[in-house]
Design a binder for this molecule. Structure first.
Ligand code: OOG
Ligand code: MG
Length: 265
């Protein structure tokens, strides 16, 4: 590739990022890019999106994996592990209500989160990453595709920062490697809507850490100390409705709860 082609691509990737960012801030979905984007191109769009958000004052707060479970792959028709970034603006602080206003078609899914005690760099090895994890917590992720009908190709969803929208964390507990085979339950207003197990996450959430190490080496950026990793959903995602309360329980790990406000304005 010549340097002028690289510059052209960079300009185009930045304009794709601007369109996705506009869809995110307005809540108005856009058309898919489909074959126009390669997978590498899509990760480059993601880096442009991160830089747009940083210019707005957002700080990188973590990374996320997607399609680490069969339930999600089947739900979305995509079957390769993908990664995205999280910022401080996406975190729902405990006790605050989430407004669905300006979201496109949000869904929620139960996950688990890992916390890094020191910085992580793209060159950090799996062993170093493992040593660096000090805590684990139950989590929920709110995903919201910026594409019409919540449908996309693999490169579309990567460019759209893997549908990342918001996330909430339960209490941190000390990290242990014994995380597979724990029942995961998601409830809406006290009624069970999804059940699964942490083994749905690549058969063992520990393997999500390995997948993250690989993805981070190839596509990642440096993460600050205290950053989190969302390991991927343990069940399919469900659409979010206003004026509801969602609870996710991971057996032996804890609970996370969020309230969705009634306002749609
Ligand atoms: C893409 C994000 C997938 C997960 O946990 O599998 C994801 C999507 O489903 O829109 O976050
Ligand atoms: Mg997720």
């Amino acid at each position: 590739m010549t340097s002028s082609q690289i510059t052209e691509n960079r300009g185009w990737h930045a304009s794709v990022a601007a369109r996705l960012d506009q869809a995110e801030t307005s809540g108005i979905a856009i058309e898919q890019f489909n074959d126009a984007l390669t997978l590498d191109g899509a990760y480059s769009v993601q880096r442009e999106l991160l830089s747009v958000r940083r210019k707005r004052g957002e700080q990188l707060s973590g990374a996320k994996l997607g399609f680490t479970s069969k339930a999600k792959m089947e739900q979305m028709g995509v079957d390769e592990v993908i990664s995205g970034f999280l910022t401080d603006r996406m975190l729902i602080p405990p006790g605050t209500e989430l407004s669905l206003s300006r979201l496109v078609h949000p869904r929620i899914e139960p996950e688990i989160a890992f916390r890094f005690k020191r910085e992580i760099h793209p060159g950090t090895s799996y062993e170093e990453i493992l040593e660096n994890i000090d805590a684990v917590a139950p989590a929920v992720e709110i995903i919201d595709s910026r594409y019409r009908n919540f449908s996309f190709s693999l490169s579309d969803v990567v460019a759209d920062n893997t549908s990342a929208c918001r996330y909430a964390l339960g209490e941190w507990v000390e990290f242990s490697k014994n995380l597979a085979g724990r029942a995961v339950t998601m409830l809406v207003d006290g009624t069970i809507v999804e059940t699964g197990t942490t083994s749905a996450i690549l058969s063992d959430p520990m393997l999500a850490i390995e997948a993250f190490a690989r993805m981070n080496q190839k596509y990642g950026t440096s993460l600050p100390a205290g950053a989190v990793l969302l390991a991927g959903a343990a069940t399919a995602a469900i659409p979010l409705e206003p004026s509801t309360e969602i609870t996710a329980i991971v057996a032996g790990l804890g609970t996370v709860e969020i309230k969705i406000s009634g306002d749609l304005a």
